[in-house]
Design a protein around this ligand. Structure first.
Ligand code: DGP
Length: 216
């Protein structure tokens, strides 16, 4: 049996990640796949509650301390993510370590320093980047009340995301319709899953998880 695929959706605020994640989960379920949604930050854990207090301006925290909390919030999910993937469940993940680096670097922290705490996290099998110009994000009803929802910061975040872009990323134009984006994302994901299933039938060795996020 092929292990589950780790499908990541990254992007700027207002790009439609959460909508696309739930549409993707529903479409994969409808096609008979075992699939779960996983969202970062996960605000339900003890660490996640501290992050929530910070994001909603209920608590002040040093930039580096909060960066480490976001990273710890991903690390605390790793055992469960590993278990699910190895049991054959696909995971659709809403934000991950790229958001961690993009937001903290945009706030002025050093890019390499920001990558370090996330080194060794499980690497996604497929990363979509939903790209939306900040002016368009603003047009979509403006930003909300949370700490990072400000035009100037969002512009810097997008710049860092584009700096982090690798050739493995699938770029999605988030100005397109919800349906058009969904079609592209689903097509790429199904292809990834089919290739993995075909490979698993031929392979003599296990298809291992790669725990090398940001390793050089
Ligand atoms: P969301 O729940 O997806 O709306 O994310 C909440 C906010 O937190 C959003 O403005 C993006 C930001 N964010 C998400 N992940 C990270 C992270 O790892 N580090 C930092 N500094 N910010 C993050």
């Amino acid at each position: 049996m092929a292990r589950g695929r780790f499908i990541l959706l990254e992007g700027c605020d207002r790009a439609g990640k959460s909508t696309q994640c739930s549409m993707l989960v529903s479409a994969l379920k409808a096609r008979g796949h075992a699939v779960e949604l996983c969202k970062f930050p996960d605000r339900t854990t003890t660490i996640g509650k501290m992050i929530h207090a910070y994001l909603t301006n209920a608590q002040e925290l040093d930039d580096k301390a909060v960066h480490l909390l976001f990273s710890a919030n991903r690390w605390e999910a790793m055992q469960s993510i590993r278990r699910k993937l190895l049991s054959g469940t696909h995971l659709v993940v809403d934000r991950y370590a790229y958001s961690g680096v993009a937001f903290s670097t945009a706030k002025g922290l050093d890019l390499t320093w920001c990558k370090n705490p996330d080194r060794g996290l499980i690497r996604p099998d497929l990363t979509f980047f939903l790209d939306l110009p900040t002016s368009e994000a603003e047009r979509r009803g403006g930003f909300g009340e949370e700490r990072y929802e400000k035009r100037e910061l969002q512009e810097k975040v997008r710049d860092v995301f584009l700096q982090l872009q690798s050739k493995e990323w699938v770029m999605i134009d988030a100005c397109k319709s919800v349906e058009a984006m969904h079609h592209e994302i689903l097509k790429e994901t199904e292809h990834k899953i089919q290739v993995a299933e075909a490979d698993a039938k031929l392979a003599e060795e296990d298809d291992v998880l790669v725990e090398d996020m940001f390793q050089d």
